[in-house]
Design a binder for this molecule. Structure first.
Ligand SMILES: [Cu+2]
Length: 269
């Protein structure tokens, strides 16, 4: 019996430690390429997207803003921090503090940028801060999706992030303080449980089932110029997280992983 409990405990800690590497800061809205402008919902959730697993409590973000870009017009920055409404988001295993807001999108690109409050991961006695971007377009009017947003850590798309067919590749460039990060490690997850934004919850039913846990969290590396390439196997939202971009970074005297996250949506042809 004791042995069985020991096996169980080590199994559980294995599962927990595997999960600990798959945090993803999400900025979610249902559609990336909109035909018409109007009000769209946004949800900020710090979670494990493939299995809609443990959802972490978010603190009040340091920054949340949108860059509105349209043709040659100057970029307009709009602060969205004050619009955020705290919610309790239900994962398949727990609930965590998250945020929601509504946003009125007009023609062009809208580059949403989030600098979260660093999250304390007690198990690792360190912090995680995932600077996150998500880009939508309204009406096919060109915008500045390819320009850096100026975040301390960020992934700059080299492929238009909202025009990917399933089977296309997505390319991005990892920057830290504006400089490319050679060989950056990038984790990739599929948003496998649809966020039910009205219910502050993930759908229980997954879109796909992984044959083995390696497939839940894919790993690739950037090249010497900080550029990575990923072939998109399925329609839906994909998250890319470049991890630990500054080995020396600390927060409140403890190590802090400075990560850059981007979300893109592919559709079937
Ligand atoms: Cu995790």
């Amino acid at each position: 019996m004791k042995k069985r409990i020991a096996v169980l405990v080590s199994l559980i800690s294995l599962i927990l430690s595997a999960q600990a590497f798959a945090h993803f800061q999400l900025i979610y809205t249902p559609d990336a390429a909109l035909e018409n402008g109007g009000k769209i919902p946004l949800a900020l959730v710090f979670t494990h997207p493939f299995d809609a697993g443990h959802t972490m409590d978010m603190g009040t973000p340091e920054q949340f803003f949108v860059l509105q870009t349209r043709g040659e017009n100057p970029v307009k920055k709009m602060d969205l921090l004050d619009t955020l409404v705290p919610v309790s988001w239900q994962s398949l295993t727990n609930s965590g503090k998250a945020f929601k807001t509504d946003y009125t999108a007009r023609g062009g690109d809208h580059i949403f940028c989030l600098v979260p409050d660093p999250y304390f991961e007690a198990e690792e006695d360190s912090y995680i801060q995932q600077m996150t971007k998500m880009i939508i377009n309204v009406g096919g009017i060109p915008g500045a999706w390819m320009e850096p947003a100026g975040l301390p850590a960020e992934i700059v798309p080299l492929s238009k992030p909202y025009d990917r067919w399933t089977g296309n590749v997505f390319q991005g460039k990892v920057l830290y303080n504006g400089q490319p990060v050679p060989g950056a490690e990038i984790e990739i997850e599929y948003l496998n449980h649809e966020p039910l934004i009205d219910r502050n919850a993930f759908a229980r039913k997954p879109a796909v089932k992984a044959p083995q846990s390696s497939f839940e969290l894919q790993t690739i590396f950037a090249d010497d110029n900080g550029i990575f390439t990923f072939g998109i196997p399925k329609a839906g939202w994909w998250g890319f997280a470049a991890l630990g971009l500054d080995e020396d970074a600390t927060h409140k005297g403890k190590p802090c992983s400075k990560d850059a996250v981007i979300w893109i949506k592919a559709v079937d042809m």
